[in-house]
Design a protein around this ligand. Structure first.
Ligand SMILES: *Cc1c(COP(=O)(O)O)cnc(C)c1O
Length: 637
């Protein structure tokens, strides 16, 4: 099939987007399309080389090509590649398979893999515009997409594609740190601009006011001096910039960020979570209050949308409200949302004009996609409200290589107010102007240096094909959340079964997950020992993970996690009760092993096939448990 060169990829009609057409598929179902496009793109590149001064002399003659050394080099190249391919096939994890239900992986979008492979041949480097005139603008466009997705005003926001979510989190804390220190720096170099403000007031200037102050220093020609006196020049020698408040469910990149940016891991404060694994807002309020009483500043608060282990969505709306309340009392902080995992979920709530849907309208639309109104799969009102509030935070991390279904490695960040870039810019006073190609010199305002333009191309291609609203990504995310709900329901339907002659019970961690993660644990009926239960779930994990031996033996693959008391407090208590484990055991053992499945595959939520699929998973699990118990490792006590 000759590719249609006249096709306009910019704004396609996506009313009837077929999810099945987007992926290569578990059985390489779309191989013909994939191969023909890959061939075409490679041909394009080969011709591109030839067409650039076709009369230039070739560096290799047919004669040279027949020489022994040439042929031997080719042979060695072939053998290296065969070896590579063998290793890849031997030990790679088959993300594409619906039998894989482990981490945040599934098949990736064909358009992104193809874009990435094609772009790699051109080898652009997005660190400067000069070395990436095609792909740096794509990175900026993707940044605008992220900003629109979370609801930021496109006229004043900014964003870009980072190497991953970790780097995006580093960038957020880097910005927050320099921002927090800036008013103190102004006080030092241009006190007239902050007359009458105490050091405590300066440490509690709202982010928007600090950015106005930044503008004022520019007007007064004091900006470079002030910038120099901020944490950027002076480090953290001048003042303690305060605490970084994160929920106990946060990703460990926040500790790394605090370490790297010189704040110190000890400044990271864990806020407990509720038994829904969402940040406990009362505890957050108490924590901030307590710090305020001792005049300890809060540098930033991080909410998580889609926690890595449980897929929980923090109540960002309440976080935003709490921030306004504290601001009125003279306590301000930077507010970041780590939506590395949950970011693309925002597409679920936006219509074709990128407007945030009201809850009822959303349900109607989802019903149109085959998800029953108010039924499982439809996000709760709380989750909906959390997503709506993303528009009111300072910055958001979003990973395309997670729910964007883009190959590694692509993260992303959106900033509500692009003036903040002035605090990290390494080009002369940064003034963003999208018409100015110099502003495409990304290296001067981002954490990374050289970076593959192929990644920006890959994310860009995904966004051009799959709209960031309910018609596109929303449909994929809805299917994946629907799959998770179905998994939970099936688990609930087999609460009790026998394996190895013993009665086994199972419990999902959350009866109604906020996103597409299903955590669960199994126990022997009547067993009240937590260590015994942990041993059982550990054994099930070993039987259904990469640890169980040759890949091709795996009937299904899951991941696992350990919820520790030190971090989670009493959040898992109710879950343990349902499994017959009392509070005393929790106090004693202080850790619970759970199996964890991220349901990313968009095609197993298809109504006509999924009940039978989930049941087949569970029967495989049952067989595993049967084998484990029959092997005698768990004698009845
Ligand atoms: C995955 C994840 C990260 C880190 O992202 P990487 O892309 O793996 O670096 C950060 N935060 C959360 C909530 C995540 O789920």
């Amino acid at each position: 099939m000759p590719p249609n060169r006249a096709a306009q990829p910019a704004r396609p009609d996506t009313k009837a987007m077929s999810v099945e057409a987007l992926f290569l598929g578990p059985q390489s179902e779309n191989r013909e399309f994939f191969r023909s496009m890959l061939d075409f793109l490679i041909d394009e590149h080969l011709h591109w080389r030839r067409d650039f001064h076709p009369r230039d002399a070739p560096i290799v003659s047919p004669d040279e090509m027949r020489r022994a050394g040439f042929l031997a080099t080719q042979d060695r190249m072939r053998s290296v590649l065969l070896d590579l391919s063998a290793r890849l096939k031997d030990t790679s994890t088959p993300w594409f398979s619906t039998r894989y239900l482990g981490h945040m992986n599934s098949d990736t979008l064909m358009v992104s893999s193809l874009a990435q492979m094609a772009t790699t041949l051109y080898n652009p480097n997005n660190v400067t515009y000069e070395s990436s005139m095609a792909t740096s603008p794509m990175e900026i466009e993707c940044g605008q997409d992220f900003a629109r997705l979370v609801g930021f005003d496109p006229k004043s926001s900014w964003g870009h594609v980072t190497a991953d979510g970790t780097i995006a989190n580093y960038e957020a804390l880097w910005l927050a740190r320099n921002l927090k220190s800036f008013p103190l720096a102004v006080h030092e170099v241009a006190p007239a601009l902050v007359k009458g403000k105490t050091p405590w007031a300066l440490l509690n200037l709202a982010p928007a006011d600090t950015l106005d102050l930044l503008d004022a220093t520019k007007k007064a020609d004091q900006f470079p001096k002030a910038l120099r006196a901020s944490a950027r020049g002076a480090g953290l020698t001048r003042s303690n910039l305060g605490k970084l408040l994160v929920p106990s469910t946060r990703h460990y990149s926040w500790e790394k960020a605090a370490d790297l940016l010189g704040l110190g891991v000890d400044q990271v404060v864990s806020v407990p979570v509720t038994d829904r694994f969402r940040m406990d807002m009362d505890r957050l309020r108490e924590t901030i209050d307590a710090f305020a009483r001792t005049e300890t500043p809060v540098l930033a608060v991080v909410g998580v949308v889609g926690t890595t282990e449980e897929g929980a969505v923090d109540q960002i709306d309440q976080l935003v409200r709490l921030r306004s309340e504290f601001a009125r009392a003279g306590v301000s902080f930077y507010l970041h949302v780590d939506a590395a995992f949950g970011g693309y979920g925002a597409a679920l709530f936006r219509d074709a004009d990128s407007r945030f849907l009201e809850y009822n309208a959303l349900q109607t639309q989802l019903a149109g996609l085959g998800l029953e109104r108010g039924g499982p799969g439809v996000p709760s009102r709380e989750v909906w409200a959390a997503y709506r509030a993303l528009a009111d935070v300072d910055s958001v991390t979003i990973d395309p290589h997670k729910m964007g279904y883009v190959p590694y490695s692509a993260g992303g960040i959106a900033l509500r107010d692009r003036r903040i870039l002035g605090l990290v810019s390494y080009s002369a006073a940064y003034v963003f102007d999208s018409a100015n190609p110099l502003d495409m010199n990304l290296g001067s305002v981002i954490l990374e240096g050289s970076k593959a333009g192929a990644m920006a191309a890959s994310v860009w291609a995904a966004h051009r094909l799959v709209p960031l609203d309910l018609r596109g990504y929303g449909q994929i995310v809805a299917r994946s959340i629907g799959g998770a709900y179905h998994f939970v329901r099936t688990l609930e339907s087999m609460r009790e079964f026998t394996a190895g002659g013993r009665t086994i019970i199972c419990e999902p961690l959350l009866a109604r997950p906020d996103y597409n993660v299903v955590c669960m644990a199994f126990n022997f009926k009547g067993n009240s020992s937590l260590s015994e239960m942990n041993r059982l779930n550990e054994a099930i994990y070993h039987a259904s993970s990469y640890e169980s031996g040759p890949l091709y033996n795996d009937e299904w693959i899951t991941s696992h996690t350990v919820l520790e008391k030190g971090l989670y407090g009493d959040a898992p208590k109710r879950f343990l009760e349902r499994l017959g484990i009392g509070a005393k055991e929790w106090e004693k053992v202080e850790a619970v092993n759970v199996l964890r499945s991220v349901v990313m595959h968009p095609w197993i939520a298809n109504n006509s096939t999924y009940p039978e699929r989930w049941e087949s998973y569970l029967s495989i699990m049952q067989k595993d448990i049967d084998r484990i118990v029959a092997a005698g490792a768990f004698p009845e006590k």
